[in-house]
Ligand binder design. Structure first.
Ligand code: TXA
Ligand code: MG
Length: 298
């Protein structure tokens, strides 16, 4: 039996599995099994008020998870799926309240990774998966980033190589006339705006994703954002790197791809502080800035 088949069997039995996606690695369970989903919250130490994203292998499966499928959702799915865009829509009874943290909406996406797609297809179920890190820690973008407590909680680890996008999906609330960005991510605001109207904030309901606590995506070390690094600083730079540093790409997409790997690498050296040279304040850097601010907030 190959590993994807073992993982699919584990999912059907209500076990947890490490699933690669194009954004970050996920801690996966059968989204229709509340007990299995409960194991995700326990393994991560995740607050129960933070809903999970449901991964599907087709628009047909996405539609089974939701109550309504507006025309805007079709446009977004054709433009961005499979890919790093999560659509928040009213949930159907197929999805238990554990997944959505009691909300009447659910976030769904088709991941753009052949292993994830094959796992969902063989499990024959929508798969709930948060990033496979302990709550508030830096998300894993390689199997080597997985922590021991997470590894101890899973039945199978599927290694899909380094994640292509390197930061999480963009989460949007889908309305009849456009979308609201709840979490910036791998699909930029500019890319979204080419397809649908993007509004600044919701008129009603919570303005942000629940569980988007200020402190998030944090290494063990304190993180500071700075305008200049000295050669003795442990950190991320755009210039030539000293022994304690890593040179980051000047393009926002390539920067995002490397960010978590760089944080994992530097944090493993046990510094007190990781200093990060501030990227430009341009719209294409919105998602990177979001993660840097959260990593730096205490
Ligand atoms: O790229 C990703 O999105 C990765 C991979 C594994 O797919 N997953 C991920 O999951 O980042 P997680 O649990 O780390 O973050 C999910 C985000 C949270 O900010 C959560 O609040 C939001 O999505 N979210 C999920 N369901 C929601 C809902 N019904 N309404 C509003 N926000 C929701
Ligand atoms: Mg996460």
């Amino acid at each position: 039996m190959d590993l994807i088949e073992s993982a699919a069997a584990a999912i059907r039995l209500g076990e947890l599995v490490i699933m690669p996606t194009e954004t970050v690695y996920g801690l996966a369970a059968d989204a229709t099994n509340p007990e299995a989903v409960g194991k995700i919250f326990t393994a991560k130490g995740r607050p129960e008020n933070n809903p999970l994203i449901v991964h599907v292998d087709s628009v047909a499966m996405a539609r089974e998870c939701v109550q309504e499928w507006p025309e805007i959702a079709d446009r977004l799915a054709s433009a961005f799926w499979p890919g790093p865009l999560t659509l928040v829509l009213p949930k159907s009874p197929l999805i238990p309240a554990t997944v959505t943290a009691g909300l009447d909406t659910v976030g769904v996406r088709i991941p753009n990774h052949p292993v994830a797609l094959e796992l969902i297809r063989r499990a024959g179920k929508p798969i709930a998966a948060p990033s496979a890190n302990p709550a508030n820690a830096v998300s894993p973008t390689r199997v080597g980033h997985l922590s021991d407590p997470i590894l101890a909680a899973v039945a199978v680890v599927l290694d899909g190589g380094p994640c292509e996008a390197g930061i999480e999906s963009t989460v949007v609330r889908v309305a009849a006339d456009g979308v609201v960005i709840l979490r910036p991510g791998a699909v930029s605001r500019l890319e979204l705006a080419e397809v649908v109207p993007v509004f600044d904030r919701e008129m009603t309901g919570p303005a942000r994703s629940p569980g988007l606590g200020e402190r998030h995506y944090s290494p063990r070390a304190r993180v500071e954002i700075t305008f200049s690094l000295s050669p003795d600083d442990c950190g991320l730079t755009f210039g030539p790197a000293s022994l304690h540093q890593r040179t980051m790409p000047s393009d926002p997409v390539a920067y995002a791809r490397e960010l978590y790997d760089a944080l994992h690498e530097l944090d493993a050296r046990n510094p007190d502080v990781i200093r990060i040279e501030a990227p430009p304040q341009f719209p294409e850097w919105e998602a990177v800035w979001d993660r840097l601010r959260r990593a730096a907030s205490r």
